[in-house]
Ligand binder design. Structure first.
Ligand code: NIG
Ligand code: FE
Length: 389
């Protein structure tokens, strides 16, 4: 069995399916009996297992050093994520640890998380910076992120998240944004260290006006943008992302109707991050019904990070999206394949089993696709194929 393209409410399931590849690209995907005569150097019988596109985790912060389990304990005792952040913990804590880590230490810590994702069927992962917040430390994080794609058989897309939070040594957020736009971004773009630019538009992040400046600078350097939008409050982040033609607007718990309509018009992907919702015990669910009604494509990602979502299992993210957000099995599976690829600007390359796309596959020991979403903490991955091998 194989799931091929799929549309809004179908996975495009194919019984007795065959996927053929040449030089890492799919040359056929469909029913065996419809396949042209192909001379294959190697034939693999999947023995009735299910083949899906390799999973795309389109929102992670997996390159960081240190651990924040002490903050988890504080939160269990009643302190909020924002309170911890305002007291100098949170992202700033991880910034300290990440700045202090050597390249090798940062790489080793990150590889452990990446390997867990690969073992769960991930073939493409997006990785953000944002725990450096100085030119040198951001570059270190971006380079380590890129290097992971050379050390493992996985596509890595890197996003520059220098606008994650105000660095501890900088009292003036506007001055930091000035430096980010005039000093950091030119280097990041010039050295091709990032494929996109992200920002955290929030009371504990940056204002819409500051985000707008980051996005304008990104556009001037020809880099697409994404946004952590409306996660903890409604600052109109969804509409702002749409205005700049962002690849995606992520989180969106507090997004209002006008933001959702704008996202739909702009063709932005809404990235749902149920791990962060769960782990921070948020109560405001993202407006799934309205996103659905407006036809906004929804992706699902782990948001792997030490503070709000220490999660490396994309399948567990799907289970949470279904259980906590009431997303359907089909939405969940498209959310970690087709729509996730689109959230990275890779819709033509990845995310479905279609001729011409990269032959990145996950082969599962399951009877039905719903098992991938239903099970909690199981890993039915049989094999992972990356670029045809
Ligand atoms: O996606 N929202 C901002 N960034 C992360 C949290 C990062 C952290 O707490 O270390 C997020 O939730
Ligand atoms: Fe995030």
């Amino acid at each position: 069995m194989a799931t091929t393209a799929g549309d809004a409410d179908s996975l495009g399931e194919v019984a007795d399916g065959l996927v053929a590849s040449r030089a890492g690209r799919i040359v056929f995907a469909g029913p065996v009996k419809a396949a042209p005569a192909l001379e294959a150097a190697k034939v693999v019988d999947c023995a009735g297992r299910w083949i899906t596109p390799g999973l795309v985790d389109c929102h992670t912060h997996l390159v960081y050093a240190g651990d924040r389990s002490h903050e988890f304990e504080l939160r269990l005792a009643g302190t909020s994520y924002e309170e911890i952040a305002r007291a100098g913990g949170g992202i700033a804590f991880t910034v300290g640890r990440t700045r202090a880590a050597s390249d090798a230490e940062l790489r080793a810590a990150s590889l452990r998380r990446l390997d867990a994702m690969l073992a769960a069927g991930v073939t493409t992962v997006e990785i953000k910076s944002g725990y450096g917040l100085s030119l040198d430390a951001e570059i270190k994080q971006l380079r380590v992120a890129r290097s992971l794609g050379e050390l493992r058989r996985v596509n890595v897309r890197v996003s520059f998240l220098g606008a994650h939070t105000r660095p501890p040594e900088c009292a003036d957020a506007d001055a930091y944004i000035d430096a980010l736009c005039s000093e950091m971004l030119p280097v990041v773009a010039g050295q091709r260290l990032a494929d996109a630019v992200d920002a955290f538009c929030e009371s504990i992040g940056f204002t819409p006006a500051q985000t707008r400046r980051v996005f304008s600078a990104a556009a001037a350097h020809g880099l697409p943008v994404k946004l952590h939008a409306d996660q903890l409050s409604n600052l109109g982040g969804g509409a702002l992302a749409a205005e700049f033609g962002a690849l995606s607007a992520d989180h969106l718990e507090y997004a209002d109707e006008s933001s959702i309509a704008a996202l739909a018009r702009a063709g932005c992907v809404a990235v749902m991050l149920p791990g962060a919702f769960y782990f921070t015990r948020q109560t405001q669910r993202p407006p799934i019904d309205r996103l659905r009604a407006h036809g906004v494509p929804m992706a699902i990602a782990t948001d792997c990070n030490p503070g709000t979502s220490p999660l490396t299992s994309p399948l567990l993210a799907l289970n949470m999206a279904a259980t906590l957000f009431r997303m359907t099995v089909c939405e969940c599976l498209l959310g970690v394949t087709r729509h996730a690829a689109r959230a990275l600007g890779l819709a033509d390359e990845l995310g479905t089993l279609e001729v011409g796309k990269a032959c990145d596959l996950a082969i599962w020991d399951i009877e039905r696709p719903a098992e991938l979403v239903c099970a909690i903490g199981a890993n039915p991955l049989h094999a992972r194929v990356w670029r045809g091998e």
